[in-house]
Every structure is written in C-alpha cells, then in structure tokens.
Design a protein. Structure first.
Length: 498
C-alpha cells in the first residue's frame, strides 16, 4: 500500500516573492484555480500582513477555491497571526503557517536572542494561532543550518503546543541530500511526540539540490513537501512541484503517492510562466521545451523503435501530446520519414533519399527544421508535378552604392535561356530578367516575404500574386535565401499561366 504525500504549493507566496513575478489578485485567482485542478492539497496564498494586496489575495483565493486547504504565512508575532486569521475567514479549511529562525545565524544576528527564548516565542505563536484555527503549521526558519539536537527540542515543544505540521526549511539551500535526509531521520527518531504531526520539507535550490533534498526528506519520513510550479522562488528558487511528483510517480517502488493530476502539469507550468513573466529554461526537467525532444540520429531512431529506449516518462503523463523528434543535420532518414508520415507524405525509398539530401542541405543552413520547412521542401521539389519553367541559375549583385543586377537562367521546356537585368533592388532586377525570358505580359500585384520563426538563419516564405490578361495567379516558395525564394515563387506563379 502506498502512503500519501501532501503537496503544499507555495507558488503564490514564496514564488511570488521574486522581483518581477508579482501578480494581481485576478491573476492569483487564476493560478489558484489551476493549482486546484492540478490537485494540490494546500495552497499557500500569501503573507497577509505584508501588504493590503497580499491580504486581499488570501481573502479572494479563499472564496474562489474550495478543495485545497488555504494557508497564510506569518511571523511569530501576534499581529501577523490576527491579520492572517482575518484573511482566512472565508476559507473552507484554513491553515496558519507561523514560525521563527532557529539557526545560530538567525538567533544571534537576526533576532538577537537566545535558543531558550526562541523556543518560548515559538510555543507562544503556535498557541496564539491555535485560538483561530485547528490546523497550525510551524516553520523553523533556516532549519537546514540548525543543529539537529536543538531543532529536535524546538519541534517537540511546538508539537506539544498544538502544531499539526512541522516545516523544516533549508532556507539557504545549504544542505547536501544525505544531510537533509539525516535531519528528517533524526527528528523522526528523536522527537518523542513526532507522530502527532506531519513533517514537511521546504527546500531552496541555491546549490541545485532542492529536488534531491526534498526526495531525501520524503525517503526519511517527511509526508508533506513545499514546492512551486517551475521551481520559481527566492534566489535560485524552491523545489519544483513537477520534479518531485514525477520522481515519485516514475519510481513507484518508493511507495509514495500524491494526489496530483499529472496531466495538468504542463499547462499549469505554462500558465505560471506567462503570468509571472518567467520563461522556463529549455532544458528544465519535466516542463522544459526540450524535456521530451530528441535530436541526435541515434536517439531518434531508438525512440521511434520504442519510446522507452530514451524516455523514462511518457510525455502524455504530464500533458504534452507526444515526444518531439527535432529534425536537425544530425537526424537520420528514420526520423525524417516518420515526420513526413505525420504530415501525410509517404515516399518510395529512392525519392526519400533525394528528399533526405535536400533536407541535409537545408539543415546545414538552418538550426532546426520544422513542419512548415518540410512542407516547403517536399512541395517545392518532390510532389512529382512537372513544371514547364524552372529556375536553373540565379546570381545577384546588390549592396550600398551599387546598381542591383541579376543574372537569371530559366529552363523552359527543357531548354536553357539566360538574361541579365538591373532594377531598384535585387528582387526587382531578377523579376525583370524572368519577365524578359518568359515573354508573358505580367503585372506583379502582391509580394510578401515572411520569416517562419525569428532567427536570421530562418527560411523566408514568399507569396506572390501576378496578373496576366485579367486573371490572377499565385506563387509560393521558401528558401533560406530570400532572393531565391522570391524568384522561385514568381516562377511558380508563371507556371500556372503556362
Ligand atoms: O525558506 C523559508 O524558510 C521560508 C519560510 C518562511 C517557510 O520560506
Ligand atoms: Zn522559502
């Protein structure tokens, strides 16, 4: 039988403390509702005494969200606790999260106090919060740097005072995974009344160990984890929800379950990222753009044979429709064939080989090849349609203080014809040369160049519209060289007259 792990989400409190990530109340409600749909057990909605905005957000989230417990943060100060209790008045289930620093640094330099006095203040705060709510969580700030013997005394005292959850924060992200695991183990083994409360982890990522520390905490007896979406939070951030949840889901032998609806992970990640203006790094575990994309030929071939060759999580489980096979110059024929099939194209081996050569040529010029690029590649040359006119050669001269010139060779019904023309730019010069060769009376009505993505190495898509004897003809092409794409699109349109 698996044991339940409570997921305490602090995206809207510790996460929202990050400069530039502040949300207004409406946005916070949107995130809170997404967290409810995700299945988190507790939402830390804010620190009500800190500002009227935080107070209001806790009130409104308490009204808007019904399933999770709503938690409000305080210091071990009566006024903070009064205000938090007031902000929670509409919560179906409210929790007050109070606490105080317990490390040598905090006691001496921040609080100018003594260990015994801190225990007294901690007891008083928990008892005071208990007047308002049954569910009181106590945090021993900087527990990561607090010696275990003293921490155990604090924990025992606050449980005796009525705390239902004990938060052991590694506030400065200082611990190594084995140290953090040992800390939780020490508390489990040395605090006589520990069974009366739930131990919680709250890890920061200063050394990149937040997830490892959290998992070690769970392996040693913690049954609540404090996490944020995308790992956002103070400095290097907090433990990321998605990493812990998917670790426990993919390593079932640990025997711990969460109530998270993992299929909502990706969309919740993107909602938080866009509302908080905090991009997700591409290689971020679980939710990064590259987390399920494969780029080397060997990996692509392996994934196409069996996804599990190179993936430990099915992307569908986190709400991503499928693994992506990134087409690059390192991709093999198998990956290209697969992607073309998804786009509805099937080719005989010989034709696929030719497309593959063109693909490699393009991939050398452009970092990533997307579906639109492929459609252009296939559409341009491999649909089997015979063209009366094709562009054989193009050379242009252009630049500052230069008269733009173009030399064009067209193949018309199997014979080559060349012309050189000038113009007000290289495209104008090339179009004039084409017009000279095809002998049709053509008027250019529309000429549109677009980059498919944003990079300067991108394919330029060109659409042209021409008029001949009162009729309109459309042409299209794409090429990393936009002058070539323009002339090919122009020739494409002329072919339709012919
Ligand atoms: O990191 C920390 O110690 C905190 C506490 C306020 C819980 O965020
Ligand atoms: Zn924190």
């Amino acid at each position: 039988m698996s044991e339940k792990l409570y997921i305490f989400d602090t995206t809207l409190r510790d996460g929202e403390q990050v400069p530039g990530c502040q949300l207004n109340t409406v946005e916070k409600i949107e995130v809170a509702k997404a967290l409810e749909a995700l299945g988190v057990d507790i939402i830390e909605a804010g620190f009500p005494i800190s500002s009227p905005g935080d107070f209001k957000s806790v009130v409104e989230i308490s009204k808007a969200v019904k399933s999770p417990t709503i938690c409000a943060l305080t210091r071990a100060v009566e006024k903070d606790i009064d205000v938090a209790a007031d902000a929670l008045k509409f919560a179906k289930r409210g929790r007050i999260h109070t606490g105080i620093g317990t490390s040598f640094y905090h006691i001496k330099y921040k609080l100018n106090s003594t260990q015994d006095e801190i225990i007294e203040r901690a007891i008083a705060a928990v008892k005071y919060a208990k007047k308002y709510v049954e569910d009181v969580e106590f945090y021993a700030e900087d527990a990561g740097r607090t010696e275990n013997e003293y921490l155990a005394r604090v924990v025992e005292a606050v449980i005796k005072a009525g705390a239902t959850v004990i938060n052991i924060p590694d506030t400065t992200g200082y611990c190594l995974p084995y140290e953090f695991g040992d800390k939780i183990k020490y508390l489990v083994e040395n605090v006589p009344n520990v069974h009366k409360a739930i131990l919680s982890t709250h890890c920061h990522n200063d050394l990149g160990m937040a997830t490892a520390n959290t998992v070690m905490g769970v392996l040693n007896g913690a049954r609540q984890v404090e996490v944020t979406i995308n790992g956002i939070g103070e400095r290097a951030g907090n433990t990321s929800l998605e990493e812990v949840v998917m670790t426990l889901k993919s390593r079932k032998h640990i025997g711990i379950e969460t109530g998270i609806n993992t299929k909502n992970i990706f969309k919740t990640s993107r909602l938080v990222s866009s509302l908080m203006n905090m991009p997700v790094q591409p290689n971020k575990a679980i939710v990064g753009r590259n987390a399920f994309s494969h780029s080397s030929g060997i990996h692509q071939d392996g994934v196409l044979k069996n996804r599990e060759n190179y993936e430990i999580i099915d992307p569908v489980e986190v709400g991503i429709s499928e693994s992506s096979i990134d087409l690059t110059a390192r991709s093999g024929r198998a990956a290209l064939k697969h992607r073309l099939q998804l786009l509805g194209y099937t080719f005989e081996a010989e034709q696929l080989n030719k497309i593959y050569d063109d693909f490699l040529e393009l991939a050398d010029k452009k970092k990533g090849i997307n579906d639109e690029d492929l459609q252009i590649l296939v559409g341009n040359k491999h649909t089997g349609e015979k063209r009366a006119i094709t562009l054989e050669h193009l050379q242009v001269i252009s630049g500052k203080s230069t008269i733009p010139m173009a030399a064009v060779t067209l193949n018309i019904n199997g014979e080559s014809f060349s012309a050189i023309e000038s113009g007000n730019g290289p495209v104008d010069a090339a179009f004039s040369a084409v017009k000279k060769l095809v002998l049709h009376k053509i008027k250019l009505e529309e000429f549109l160049v677009q980059a498919i993505t944003r990079g300067s190495n991108d394919i330029g898509k060109v659409h042209v519209q021409i008029e001949n004897k009162g009729k309109m003809y459309y042409g299209f092409s794409g090429n990393t060289d936009i002058i070539t794409a323009s002339v090919e699109a122009f020739v494409d349109a002329i072919n339709k007259i012919v």
